[in-house]
Design a protein around this ligand. Structure first.
Ligand SMILES: [Zn+2]
Length: 138
């Protein structure tokens, strides 16, 4: 069994046996023609190699790097899902004010995460402090 594509008289077939069937001859007959100089329009084509591996596993989301807070609460960076063509915008990240304490915090989803870590939300540790707690781990 050969899955190598062949071209016979200008028509491309997926295999020698497919070409043989189409021309009503045996597979051996077709192989002989392809290898024979008497049939210059019968030739083998390079085998088509299917991509392996990469298409089987979903690729990770493209996460933008978190940037240091510079006072800009409007800057947003998109997160894309590269498994869809064209890549689909999944969410946006950026600095925004906590809905509870109003301090800026970095949100991995500016629509869904609007409460900072210290207020019990999913956002980052906020900038600045309400109490005298040390916030050196920012
Ligand atoms: Zn807060």
């Amino acid at each position: 069994m050969s899955s190598q594509p062949v071209e016979v008289a200008g028509v491309i077939y997926s295999s020698i046996s497919a070409a043989a069937r189409a021309h009503g001859i045996s597979q051996h007959g077709m192989e002989w023609r392809i290898d024979s100089d008497a049939f210059p329009d019968h030739k083998r084509l390079p085998a088509v190699r299917k991509p392996t591996g990469d298409h089987l596993v979903g690729r990770a989301l493209v996460e933008p790097e978190r940037w240091p807070f510079d006072g800009d609460l409007s800057r947003r960076a998109p997160v894309f899902d590269p498994n869809i063509t064209p890549p689909r915008l999944v969410r946006r990240v950026g600095w925004l004010r906590c809905m509870l304490c109003s301090r800026p915090h970095f949100s991995e989803d500016v629509v869904g995460v609007r409460i900072c870590f210290e207020c019990g939300g999913e956002g980052s540790v906020p900038i600045g402090r309400i109490s005298d707690l040390e916030d050196d781990d920012l």
